[in-house]
Design a protein around this ligand. Sequence first.
Ligand code: FUB
Length: 474
Amino acid sequence: MQQAFNPFLPSYEYIPDGEPHIFDGRVYLYGSHDRFNGKRFCMNDYVCWSAPVDNLKQWRYEGVIWKISDDPSKKRGLFKQMYAPDVVRGNDGKYYLYYFIGTQGTIGVAVCDTPSGRYSYLGRVRYPNGKILGMNREKDIWQFDPGVFRDDDGKIYLYTGFGARCRNPLTRFRSPNVHGAMGAELEEDMLTVKLPLASIAKTRRNSKGTGFEGHEFFEASSMRKFNGKYYFIYSSVNGHELCYAMGNSPLGEFKYGGTLVSIGDVGLSEKPLNYLGNTHGSIERIGNKYYVFYHRQTNSHCFSRQACAEEIFMNGDGTFNQAEVTSCGLNGGALKAQGEYEARIACNLFSKKGVRFYVCSLPKGVHPYFTQTGCDREGDGDQYIANFCNGATCGFKYFEFSGNDKISVTVSGNGRGKMLVKESLSGDIVGAIDIDAKTTAQKFTAQLNISDGIKPLYFIFTGKGKLNFYSISF
Ligand code: FUB
Protein backbone atom coordinates (compact mmCIF):
# COMPACT_ATOMS: atom_id res chain seq x y z
CA MET A 1 0.00 0.00 0.00
CA GLN A 2 1.66 3.23 -1.13
CA GLN A 3 1.04 6.26 1.07
CA ALA A 4 2.28 9.86 1.06
CA PHE A 5 3.79 11.51 4.12
CA ASN A 6 5.14 14.85 5.19
CA PRO A 7 7.88 15.69 4.31
CA PHE A 8 6.86 14.16 0.99
CA LEU A 9 10.32 13.74 -0.57
CA PRO A 10 12.92 11.20 0.62
CA SER A 11 14.23 11.89 4.10
CA TYR A 12 17.67 12.98 2.82
CA GLU A 13 16.22 15.73 0.62
CA TYR A 14 16.19 19.29 1.95
CA ILE A 15 14.19 21.47 -0.43
CA PRO A 16 12.80 24.71 0.98
CA ASP A 17 11.00 27.53 -0.84
CA GLY A 18 9.11 25.05 -3.07
CA GLU A 19 7.06 26.43 -5.95
CA PRO A 20 4.72 23.77 -7.36
CA HIS A 21 3.73 24.04 -11.02
CA ILE A 22 1.83 21.71 -13.32
CA PHE A 23 3.33 21.16 -16.76
CA ASP A 24 2.03 18.46 -19.10
CA GLY A 25 0.35 16.33 -16.47
CA ARG A 26 3.08 16.43 -13.85
CA VAL A 27 3.54 18.58 -10.75
CA TYR A 28 7.08 19.99 -10.70
CA LEU A 29 8.59 21.30 -7.49
CA TYR A 30 11.15 24.08 -7.89
CA GLY A 31 12.86 25.18 -4.72
CA SER A 32 16.13 26.22 -3.18
CA HIS A 33 18.38 23.41 -2.03
CA ASP A 34 19.57 23.24 1.54
CA ARG A 35 22.32 20.98 2.75
CA PHE A 36 21.86 18.63 5.67
CA ASN A 37 23.76 20.26 8.50
CA GLY A 38 24.52 23.23 6.25
CA LYS A 39 26.09 26.27 7.84
CA ARG A 40 24.12 28.68 5.66
CA PHE A 41 20.95 28.68 3.58
CA CYS A 42 20.81 26.97 0.19
CA MET A 43 24.32 25.54 -0.07
CA ASN A 44 23.43 23.04 -2.82
CA ASP A 45 22.59 23.40 -6.52
CA TYR A 46 18.98 23.49 -7.65
CA VAL A 47 17.38 20.12 -8.25
CA CYS A 48 13.84 19.32 -9.31
CA TRP A 49 11.31 16.66 -8.34
CA SER A 50 8.04 15.86 -10.07
CA ALA A 51 4.99 13.63 -9.64
CA PRO A 52 2.07 12.70 -11.91
CA VAL A 53 -0.96 14.88 -11.14
CA ASP A 54 -2.99 11.75 -10.44
CA ASN A 55 -0.44 10.19 -8.07
CA LEU A 56 1.08 12.59 -5.56
CA LYS A 57 2.65 9.65 -3.74
CA GLN A 58 5.15 8.98 -6.50
CA TRP A 59 7.79 11.70 -6.66
CA ARG A 60 10.57 11.34 -9.22
CA TYR A 61 14.00 12.95 -8.99
CA GLU A 62 14.66 15.03 -12.10
CA GLY A 63 18.27 15.77 -11.22
CA VAL A 64 20.25 18.99 -11.04
CA ILE A 65 18.61 21.70 -13.12
CA TRP A 66 20.92 24.65 -12.47
CA LYS A 67 24.23 25.03 -10.67
CA ILE A 68 25.60 28.08 -8.99
CA SER A 69 28.63 27.70 -11.28
CA ASP A 70 26.29 27.99 -14.30
CA ASP A 71 25.73 31.62 -13.38
CA PRO A 72 28.23 33.76 -15.29
CA SER A 73 28.70 36.21 -12.44
CA LYS A 74 32.35 36.21 -11.46
CA LYS A 75 31.73 37.40 -7.95
CA ARG A 76 32.56 34.65 -5.50
CA GLY A 77 32.03 35.00 -1.82
CA LEU A 78 30.94 33.54 1.43
CA PHE A 79 27.28 34.24 0.82
CA LYS A 80 27.03 33.15 -2.79
CA GLN A 81 24.07 30.80 -2.58
CA MET A 82 21.02 30.59 -4.78
CA TYR A 83 17.84 31.40 -2.93
CA ALA A 84 14.21 30.81 -3.84
CA PRO A 85 13.61 30.34 -7.59
CA ASP A 86 10.48 30.08 -9.70
CA VAL A 87 9.70 28.77 -13.21
CA VAL A 88 7.16 29.84 -15.83
CA ARG A 89 6.33 28.48 -19.28
CA GLY A 90 6.82 31.28 -21.79
CA ASN A 91 4.62 31.99 -24.78
CA ASP A 92 7.25 30.28 -26.94
CA GLY A 93 6.70 27.00 -25.04
CA LYS A 94 10.10 27.21 -23.32
CA TYR A 95 10.59 27.16 -19.56
CA TYR A 96 12.17 30.10 -17.80
CA LEU A 97 13.87 29.78 -14.42
CA TYR A 98 14.15 32.97 -12.35
CA TYR A 99 16.69 32.80 -9.58
CA PHE A 100 18.38 35.04 -7.13
CA ILE A 101 21.80 34.86 -5.54
CA GLY A 102 21.83 35.70 -1.84
CA THR A 103 23.94 38.82 -1.82
CA GLN A 104 23.62 40.16 -5.34
CA GLY A 105 20.17 41.71 -5.24
CA THR A 106 19.65 40.97 -8.95
CA ILE A 107 17.58 38.29 -10.68
CA GLY A 108 19.08 35.80 -13.12
CA VAL A 109 17.08 34.03 -15.84
CA ALA A 110 17.86 30.67 -17.42
CA VAL A 111 15.90 28.85 -20.12
CA CYS A 112 15.21 25.26 -21.15
CA ASP A 113 13.02 23.37 -23.64
CA THR A 114 11.73 21.09 -20.91
CA PRO A 115 10.59 21.83 -17.35
CA SER A 116 13.16 19.51 -15.80
CA GLY A 117 16.32 21.15 -17.16
CA ARG A 118 19.17 21.54 -17.49
CA TYR A 119 18.70 25.24 -17.96
CA SER A 120 20.99 27.61 -19.89
CA TYR A 121 21.76 31.16 -18.91
CA LEU A 122 19.70 33.86 -20.61
CA GLY A 123 20.45 37.09 -18.77
CA ARG A 124 19.62 39.39 -15.86
CA VAL A 125 16.23 41.04 -15.34
CA ARG A 126 16.60 44.63 -16.50
CA TYR A 127 14.91 47.98 -16.87
CA PRO A 128 13.76 49.15 -20.34
CA ASN A 129 16.98 51.19 -20.59
CA GLY A 130 19.05 48.04 -20.20
CA LYS A 131 20.24 48.66 -16.63
CA ILE A 132 20.06 45.60 -14.41
CA LEU A 133 17.24 45.70 -11.88
CA GLY A 134 18.66 45.89 -8.36
CA MET A 135 22.25 46.52 -9.53
CA ASN A 136 22.67 49.88 -7.89
CA ARG A 137 22.11 48.71 -4.35
CA GLU A 138 22.06 52.07 -2.64
CA LYS A 139 19.38 53.59 -4.86
CA ASP A 140 17.76 50.66 -6.59
CA ILE A 141 15.05 48.34 -5.35
CA TRP A 142 16.45 45.32 -3.58
CA GLN A 143 15.48 42.14 -5.49
CA PHE A 144 14.57 39.03 -3.55
CA ASP A 145 12.69 35.73 -4.08
CA PRO A 146 11.44 36.13 -7.66
CA GLY A 147 8.01 34.69 -8.43
CA VAL A 148 6.77 34.44 -12.02
CA PHE A 149 3.25 34.10 -13.32
CA ARG A 150 1.68 33.68 -16.78
CA ASP A 151 -1.85 35.01 -17.03
CA ASP A 152 -4.53 33.47 -19.26
CA ASP A 153 -4.01 36.25 -21.83
CA GLY A 154 -0.32 35.29 -22.19
CA LYS A 155 1.06 38.26 -20.27
CA ILE A 156 3.88 37.26 -17.94
CA TYR A 157 4.55 38.97 -14.64
CA LEU A 158 7.48 39.05 -12.25
CA TYR A 159 7.06 39.54 -8.49
CA THR A 160 9.99 40.24 -6.21
CA GLY A 161 10.93 42.05 -3.07
CA PHE A 162 11.89 42.04 0.55
CA GLY A 163 10.21 43.52 3.57
CA ALA A 164 12.92 43.89 6.19
CA ARG A 165 12.78 47.21 7.92
CA CYS A 166 16.47 47.83 8.20
CA ARG A 167 19.58 46.27 6.72
CA ASN A 168 19.37 42.90 5.08
CA PRO A 169 20.21 40.32 7.75
CA LEU A 170 21.61 38.05 5.05
CA THR A 171 24.23 40.44 3.75
CA ARG A 172 24.91 42.44 6.93
CA PHE A 173 27.26 44.77 5.08
CA ARG A 174 24.70 46.81 3.20
CA SER A 175 21.44 48.53 3.79
CA PRO A 176 19.31 47.58 0.80
CA ASN A 177 16.52 49.74 -0.40
CA VAL A 178 13.58 47.52 0.45
CA HIS A 179 10.11 48.36 -0.80
CA GLY A 180 8.16 45.23 0.02
CA ALA A 181 6.64 43.19 -2.78
CA MET A 182 6.86 44.69 -6.26
CA GLY A 183 5.35 43.42 -9.50
CA ALA A 184 5.82 44.17 -13.18
CA GLU A 185 4.82 42.76 -16.53
CA LEU A 186 7.71 41.27 -18.50
CA GLU A 187 8.45 41.97 -22.15
CA GLU A 188 8.49 39.07 -24.63
CA ASP A 189 12.28 38.79 -24.11
CA MET A 190 11.45 37.50 -20.57
CA LEU A 191 14.10 39.84 -19.16
CA THR A 192 12.82 43.40 -19.42
CA VAL A 193 10.29 44.79 -16.95
CA LYS A 194 7.61 47.19 -18.09
CA LEU A 195 7.45 50.31 -15.96
CA PRO A 196 6.18 51.44 -13.58
CA LEU A 197 6.73 48.72 -11.01
CA ALA A 198 3.59 48.13 -8.96
CA SER A 199 3.51 47.87 -5.19
CA ILE A 200 1.83 44.56 -4.37
CA ALA A 201 1.81 43.96 -0.62
CA LYS A 202 2.28 46.11 2.42
CA THR A 203 5.24 46.02 4.75
CA ARG A 204 5.34 47.20 8.35
CA ARG A 205 6.21 50.66 7.09
CA ASN A 206 2.95 51.21 5.30
CA SER A 207 0.46 48.67 6.62
CA LYS A 208 -1.47 50.81 9.09
CA GLY A 209 -5.18 50.67 8.33
CA THR A 210 -4.79 48.26 5.40
CA GLY A 211 -5.73 44.92 6.93
CA PHE A 212 -2.16 43.55 6.61
CA GLU A 213 -1.29 44.53 10.19
CA GLY A 214 0.39 41.69 12.06
CA HIS A 215 0.88 39.71 8.82
CA GLU A 216 2.77 42.19 6.67
CA PHE A 217 4.86 41.05 3.71
CA PHE A 218 8.39 39.88 4.43
CA GLU A 219 9.52 37.66 1.52
CA ALA A 220 8.57 34.74 -0.78
CA SER A 221 6.46 36.42 -3.50
CA SER A 222 4.32 33.99 -5.45
CA MET A 223 1.28 34.56 -7.68
CA ARG A 224 -1.62 32.26 -8.56
CA LYS A 225 -5.00 32.72 -10.25
CA PHE A 226 -8.02 30.67 -9.30
CA ASN A 227 -11.53 31.20 -10.67
CA GLY A 228 -10.62 34.59 -12.13
CA LYS A 229 -9.15 35.95 -8.87
CA TYR A 230 -5.47 36.66 -8.24
CA TYR A 231 -3.78 35.34 -5.11
CA PHE A 232 -0.53 36.88 -3.97
CA ILE A 233 1.11 34.37 -1.62
CA TYR A 234 3.96 35.41 0.66
CA SER A 235 5.79 34.76 3.89
CA SER A 236 4.82 37.30 6.51
CA VAL A 237 6.88 39.18 9.07
CA ASN A 238 6.11 36.32 11.44
CA GLY A 239 8.29 34.03 9.30
CA HIS A 240 6.58 30.77 10.21
CA GLU A 241 3.48 31.40 8.11
CA LEU A 242 2.42 31.74 4.51
CA CYS A 243 -0.27 34.34 3.98
CA TYR A 244 -2.19 35.54 0.96
CA ALA A 245 -3.78 38.65 -0.42
CA MET A 246 -6.49 38.70 -3.10
CA GLY A 247 -6.98 41.01 -6.04
CA ASN A 248 -8.85 41.40 -9.31
CA SER A 249 -5.85 42.07 -11.49
CA PRO A 250 -2.25 40.78 -11.54
CA LEU A 251 -0.74 44.06 -10.38
CA GLY A 252 -3.28 44.80 -7.69
CA GLU A 253 -4.74 46.22 -5.64
CA PHE A 254 -4.44 43.28 -3.21
CA LYS A 255 -6.39 42.94 0.01
CA TYR A 256 -5.11 40.81 2.88
CA GLY A 257 -6.79 37.40 2.90
CA GLY A 258 -5.39 35.41 5.82
CA THR A 259 -2.92 32.74 6.84
CA LEU A 260 -2.66 29.67 4.60
CA VAL A 261 -0.43 27.61 6.85
CA SER A 262 1.84 28.11 9.86
CA ILE A 263 4.55 25.50 10.44
CA GLY A 264 3.64 25.50 14.14
CA ASP A 265 -0.12 25.75 13.61
CA VAL A 266 0.02 29.21 15.17
CA GLY A 267 -3.47 30.62 14.74
CA LEU A 268 -5.06 27.20 15.08
CA SER A 269 -3.58 26.21 18.41
CA GLU A 270 -3.07 28.13 21.65
CA LYS A 271 0.65 27.37 21.64
CA PRO A 272 2.97 26.51 18.71
CA LEU A 273 2.96 22.78 18.07
CA ASN A 274 6.20 22.61 16.14
CA TYR A 275 9.59 24.29 15.97
CA LEU A 276 9.33 27.57 14.09
CA GLY A 277 11.51 29.31 11.54
CA ASN A 278 10.89 30.74 8.10
CA THR A 279 8.63 29.09 5.57
CA HIS A 280 8.00 29.71 1.89
CA GLY A 281 5.84 28.08 -0.79
CA SER A 282 2.64 28.44 -2.75
CA ILE A 283 -0.72 26.94 -3.64
CA GLU A 284 -1.45 24.67 -6.58
CA ARG A 285 -4.77 23.32 -7.79
CA ILE A 286 -4.19 19.67 -8.63
CA GLY A 287 -7.24 17.93 -10.04
CA ASN A 288 -10.12 19.53 -8.20
CA LYS A 289 -8.24 20.03 -4.93
CA TYR A 290 -6.05 22.84 -3.66
CA TYR A 291 -2.76 22.16 -1.93
CA VAL A 292 -0.47 24.49 -0.05
CA PHE A 293 3.23 23.66 -0.34
CA TYR A 294 5.59 24.96 2.36
CA HIS A 295 8.70 23.89 4.22
CA ARG A 296 9.36 22.73 7.78
CA GLN A 297 12.52 23.19 9.81
CA THR A 298 14.81 20.41 11.04
CA ASN A 299 18.11 19.81 12.77
CA SER A 300 17.81 22.54 15.40
CA HIS A 301 18.79 25.36 13.04
CA CYS A 302 17.32 27.13 10.02
CA PHE A 303 19.54 25.72 7.26
CA SER A 304 18.07 22.23 6.69
CA ARG A 305 14.46 22.70 5.59
CA GLN A 306 12.17 20.14 3.99
CA ALA A 307 9.23 20.25 1.59
CA CYS A 308 5.75 19.55 2.96
CA ALA A 309 2.25 20.04 1.57
CA GLU A 310 -1.33 20.05 2.82
CA GLU A 311 -4.71 20.03 1.20
CA ILE A 312 -6.30 23.43 1.76
CA PHE A 313 -9.95 24.34 1.46
CA MET A 314 -11.43 27.29 -0.40
CA ASN A 315 -14.64 28.91 0.76
CA GLY A 316 -17.45 29.99 -1.57
CA ASP A 317 -16.12 33.57 -1.65
CA GLY A 318 -12.66 32.46 -2.77
CA THR A 319 -10.99 32.81 0.62
CA PHE A 320 -8.95 29.94 2.04
CA ASN A 321 -9.11 28.42 5.50
CA GLN A 322 -5.79 27.96 7.28
CA ALA A 323 -4.51 24.43 6.69
CA GLU A 324 -3.34 22.36 9.64
CA VAL A 325 0.11 20.76 9.41
CA THR A 326 -0.21 17.00 9.20
CA SER A 327 1.86 13.87 8.66
CA CYS A 328 -0.29 12.78 5.72
CA GLY A 329 -0.42 15.92 3.53
CA LEU A 330 -0.63 14.59 -0.04
CA ASN A 331 -2.03 11.21 0.98
CA GLY A 332 -5.65 12.15 0.36
CA GLY A 333 -6.69 11.04 3.84
CA ALA A 334 -5.47 9.52 7.08
CA LEU A 335 -2.66 6.96 7.21
CA LYS A 336 -3.65 3.39 8.00
CA ALA A 337 -2.81 2.45 11.60
CA GLN A 338 -0.95 -0.62 10.41
CA GLY A 339 2.74 -1.45 10.12
CA GLU A 340 5.66 0.86 10.91
CA TYR A 341 6.00 4.64 10.45
CA GLU A 342 9.18 6.65 10.78
CA ALA A 343 9.14 9.17 13.62
CA ARG A 344 10.40 11.76 11.10
CA ILE A 345 6.83 12.20 9.82
CA ALA A 346 5.71 13.67 13.15
CA CYS A 347 3.94 16.93 12.37
CA ASN A 348 4.05 18.18 15.95
CA LEU A 349 7.22 18.31 18.00
CA PHE A 350 7.95 20.29 21.12
CA SER A 351 9.69 20.11 24.47
CA LYS A 352 8.43 20.57 28.01
CA LYS A 353 9.47 24.19 27.52
CA GLY A 354 7.61 24.51 24.23
CA VAL A 355 9.30 25.39 20.94
CA ARG A 356 11.89 27.83 19.64
CA PHE A 357 12.23 29.86 16.47
CA TYR A 358 15.18 28.35 14.60
CA VAL A 359 17.90 30.72 13.50
CA CYS A 360 21.54 29.66 13.33
CA SER A 361 22.63 26.72 15.47
CA LEU A 362 21.00 26.71 18.90
CA PRO A 363 22.00 24.78 22.02
CA LYS A 364 19.84 21.64 22.14
CA GLY A 365 18.98 21.81 25.87
CA VAL A 366 15.66 20.05 26.39
CA HIS A 367 14.64 20.44 22.76
CA PRO A 368 14.03 17.42 20.53
CA TYR A 369 14.84 17.83 16.84
CA PHE A 370 14.72 15.98 13.52
CA THR A 371 18.10 14.87 12.26
CA GLN A 372 19.73 12.04 10.29
CA THR A 373 22.66 9.71 10.69
CA GLY A 374 24.00 9.96 7.11
CA CYS A 375 25.79 12.88 5.51
CA ASP A 376 24.13 15.26 3.06
CA ARG A 377 21.97 13.41 0.46
CA GLU A 378 22.90 10.06 1.95
CA GLY A 379 20.51 7.33 2.97
CA ASP A 380 16.75 7.22 2.98
CA GLY A 381 15.04 6.22 6.17
CA ASP A 382 17.82 7.29 8.52
CA GLN A 383 16.08 10.42 9.77
CA TYR A 384 14.83 10.35 13.35
CA ILE A 385 14.01 12.54 16.32
CA ALA A 386 17.02 13.16 18.55
CA ASN A 387 17.16 14.48 22.11
CA PHE A 388 13.72 13.16 23.01
CA CYS A 389 13.94 13.75 26.73
CA ASN A 390 11.58 14.21 29.67
CA GLY A 391 8.47 16.12 28.58
CA ALA A 392 9.25 15.92 24.86
CA THR A 393 6.14 15.38 22.74
CA CYS A 394 5.65 14.38 19.14
CA GLY A 395 2.35 14.00 17.34
CA PHE A 396 1.16 12.36 14.16
CA LYS A 397 -1.98 13.47 12.32
CA TYR A 398 -3.89 11.45 11.30
CA PHE A 399 -4.23 7.71 11.62
CA GLU A 400 -7.24 5.63 10.78
CA PHE A 401 -7.63 3.12 13.62
CA SER A 402 -9.45 -0.13 13.11
CA GLY A 403 -9.26 -2.85 15.77
CA ASN A 404 -5.85 -1.64 17.05
CA ASP A 405 -4.78 -2.95 20.45
CA LYS A 406 -0.96 -2.67 20.47
CA ILE A 407 1.48 0.19 20.04
CA SER A 408 5.29 0.06 19.79
CA VAL A 409 8.10 2.56 19.58
CA THR A 410 11.64 1.90 18.36
CA VAL A 411 14.22 3.97 20.23
CA SER A 412 17.84 3.98 21.34
CA GLY A 413 19.81 6.07 23.84
CA ASN A 414 19.93 6.11 27.61
CA GLY A 415 16.31 7.02 28.30
CA ARG A 416 14.46 5.20 31.05
CA GLY A 417 10.83 5.81 31.89
CA LYS A 418 7.51 5.68 30.13
CA MET A 419 6.34 6.73 26.71
CA LEU A 420 2.79 7.92 27.24
CA VAL A 421 0.44 7.65 24.28
CA LYS A 422 -2.54 9.98 23.84
CA GLU A 423 -5.13 10.42 21.14
CA SER A 424 -5.23 14.17 21.67
CA LEU A 425 -3.01 16.57 23.59
CA SER A 426 -5.58 17.20 26.27
CA GLY A 427 -7.11 13.73 26.11
CA ASP A 428 -6.76 10.57 28.13
CA ILE A 429 -3.72 8.32 28.08
CA VAL A 430 -4.46 5.40 25.74
CA GLY A 431 -1.16 3.59 26.22
CA ALA A 432 1.97 3.65 28.42
CA ILE A 433 5.09 1.96 27.09
CA ASP A 434 7.89 1.06 29.50
CA ILE A 435 11.21 2.22 28.11
CA ASP A 436 14.69 1.08 29.08
CA ALA A 437 16.74 2.12 26.07
CA LYS A 438 20.20 0.87 25.01
CA THR A 439 22.72 2.15 22.53
CA THR A 440 21.27 -0.10 19.83
CA ALA A 441 17.71 0.50 18.61
CA GLN A 442 15.07 -1.60 20.33
CA LYS A 443 11.31 -1.93 20.04
CA PHE A 444 9.12 -1.48 23.16
CA THR A 445 5.43 -2.44 23.07
CA ALA A 446 2.34 -1.84 25.17
CA GLN A 447 -1.42 -2.21 25.05
CA LEU A 448 -3.31 0.48 23.09
CA ASN A 449 -6.82 1.32 24.24
CA ILE A 450 -8.21 3.29 21.36
CA SER A 451 -11.55 3.17 19.58
CA ASP A 452 -11.84 2.94 15.81
CA GLY A 453 -11.83 6.13 13.76
CA ILE A 454 -9.54 8.87 12.46
CA LYS A 455 -7.43 10.44 15.18
CA PRO A 456 -4.02 11.96 15.93
CA LEU A 457 -1.55 10.05 18.06
CA TYR A 458 0.80 11.76 20.52
CA PHE A 459 3.87 10.35 22.30
CA ILE A 460 5.17 12.01 25.46
CA PHE A 461 8.29 10.77 27.22
CA THR A 462 8.42 10.94 30.99
CA GLY A 463 11.62 9.75 32.56
CA LYS A 464 15.35 10.23 32.71
CA GLY A 465 17.93 10.39 29.93
CA LYS A 466 17.49 10.96 26.20
CA LEU A 467 16.06 8.92 23.38
CA ASN A 468 16.66 8.73 19.69
CA PHE A 469 13.15 8.10 18.43
CA TYR A 470 13.12 6.15 15.14
CA SER A 471 9.64 4.80 14.53
CA ILE A 472 6.24 3.82 15.81
CA SER A 473 4.42 0.66 14.84
CA PHE A 474 0.99 -0.86 15.24
O1 FUB B 1 16.00 29.91 1.27
C1 FUB B 1 16.62 31.15 1.45
C2 FUB B 1 15.63 32.20 1.88
O2 FUB B 1 14.95 31.79 3.06
C3 FUB B 1 14.54 32.44 0.88
O3 FUB B 1 14.94 33.23 -0.17
C4 FUB B 1 13.52 33.04 1.77
O4 FUB B 1 12.25 33.11 1.20
C5 FUB B 1 13.59 32.15 2.98
O5 FUB B 1 12.83 30.98 2.80
